[in-house]
Design a protein around this ligand. Structure first.
Ligand SMILES: NC(=O)c1ccc[n+]([C@@H]2O[C@H](COP(=O)([O-])OP(=O)(O)OC[C@H]3O[C@@H](n4cnc5c(N)ncnc54)[C@H](O)[C@@H]3O)[C@@H](O)[C@H]2O)c1
Ligand SMILES: O=C(O)C1=N[C@H](C(=O)O)CCC1
Length: 240
C-alpha cells in the first residue's frame, strides 16, 4: 500500500518505520516545513493518508485528502470543535474518513469497560468519579482526546453528570466530571478512571509503555479501510 504521512513527528516517523516493515511504501512525509510538497503528488498513486499532525493543521490536511478521493485516517486530537466541517466534506466528496482519539487496542477495550462500569456505578450512590490523564510535556492539547472519549462514555451512562471540566482553578459543579491533566516526561499516555467513596476506591487504568500500540492500530486500520466509505470509527473496525 502507498501511504501518505500527513505529519511527520513522533507518530508519523514511527508509522513510516513500522509501515515499511510491514511491506508498505511511504508516498511522502509531510511536516510543517514542506506542506507545499503536497502539490507535486499524484493523488491516484496514494492508497491512504494518515494524519498525525497538530490541532490547527488537521482540518486542512483531512480536507486535502478527501477532496482528492483519498481515504483519510486521523489520530490528531484537539480539533473536534470542527467535526461537522469534516462530516460535510466526507458527504460532499463521497469520501472515506476514520477518526480515533486513541488507536491502541487496549485503550479501546478500556473504553468499553469504562461505559459498562459507569452504567453499574449509576445504580449505586456515594461515589464521585474523576478522570486523570498523564502525557509528555510536548503535548499541545489538554485534556487528551482519549480522556474526552472516556468522559463522554461516563457522562452518557451516569444520570447526575452532563458535562466534563478540565480541573484547574474553577471547582467542578455537581453535574460536571473533573478531568485532571498532568504533563510529565516521557509519559506516552496514561489514563486513570477513579470512583471514590468514604469506604473505598475503584480504579480502572491504562498505561502505554511506548507509542507502538497507537502506531500498530493506525496501520491495521489503514490496511482495512481501503474499500470502505463514509465516516468510520474504532467501533466499525473492532468486532466488539
Ligand atoms: N489517536 C492516537 O492514537 C494518538 C496517539 C498519539 C498521538 N496522537 C495525536 O497525534 C498528533 C501528533 O502527535 P505527535 O506526538 O506525532 O506530535 P509531533 O509534534 O511529534 O508531530 C506533529 C507533526 O505535525 C507536523 N505539522 C504541523 N503542521 C503541519 C501541517 N500543516 N501539515 C502537515 N504536518 C504538519 C509537525 O511538523 C510535526 O512533524 C497529536 O494531536 C497527538 O495528540 C494521537
Ligand atoms: O502523545 C499524544 O499526544 C497522545 N495523544 C492522544 C490523546 O490525546 O488522547 C492519544 C495518546 C497519546
Amino acid at each position: 500500500m502507498n501511504i501518505l504521512l500527513l505529519g511527520y513527528g513522533k507518530m508519523g516517523k514511527l508509522i513510516g518505520e513500522l509501515g515499511e516493515q510491514r511491506g508498505h511504501q511511504i508516498a511522502a512525509k509531510i511536516s510543517i516545513d514542506n506542506t507545499q510538497d503536497l502539490d507535486s503528488l499524484d493523488p491516484k498513486s496514494i492508497d491512504v493518508a494518515i494524519d498525525f499532525s497538530q490541532p490547527e493543521s488537521a482540518i486542512s490536511n483531512i480536507k486535502w485528502g478527501l477532496e482528492r478521493g483519498i481515504p483519510v485516517i486521523s489520530g490528531t486530537t484537539g480539533w473536534l470543535d470542527r467535526w461537522d466541517e469534516i462530516v460535510t466534506s466526507v458527504e460532499e466528496n463521497d469520501g472515506t474518513f476514520f477518526y480515533a482519539s486513541n488507536f491502541s487496542i487496549g485503550v479501546n477495550v478500556l473504553f468499553k469497560v469504562n461505559q459498562y462500569l459507569a452504567k453499574l456505578m449509576n445504580e449505586v450512590s456515594d461515589y464521585s468519579v474523576t478522570v486523570e490523564e498523564i502525557h509528555h510535556t510536548a503535548k499541545l492539547d489538554a485534556p487528551s482526546g482519549t480522556a474526552i472519549t472516556i468522559a463522554e462514555g461516563i457522562i452518557e451512562n451516569m444520570g447526575n453528570l452532563d458535562s466534563w471540566i478540565l480541573k484547574g482553578d474553577t471547582p467542578a459543579l455537581e453535574n460536571q466530571l473533573p478531568i485532571i491533566s498532568k504533563r510529565i516526561d516521557p509519559a506516552p499516555g496514561t489514563h486513570i478512571i477513579s470512583y471514590q467513596s468514604k469506604v473505598d476506591d475503584l480504579v480502572l487504568s491504562h498505561t502505554a509503555h511506548s507509542r507502538e500500540g497507537f502506531v500498530k492500530g493506525a496501520i491495521l486500520v489503514a490496511e482495512w479501510i481501503t474499500d470502505k466509505k463514509g465516516v468510520l470509527s474504532m467501533n466499525d473496525f473492532l468486532s466488539f
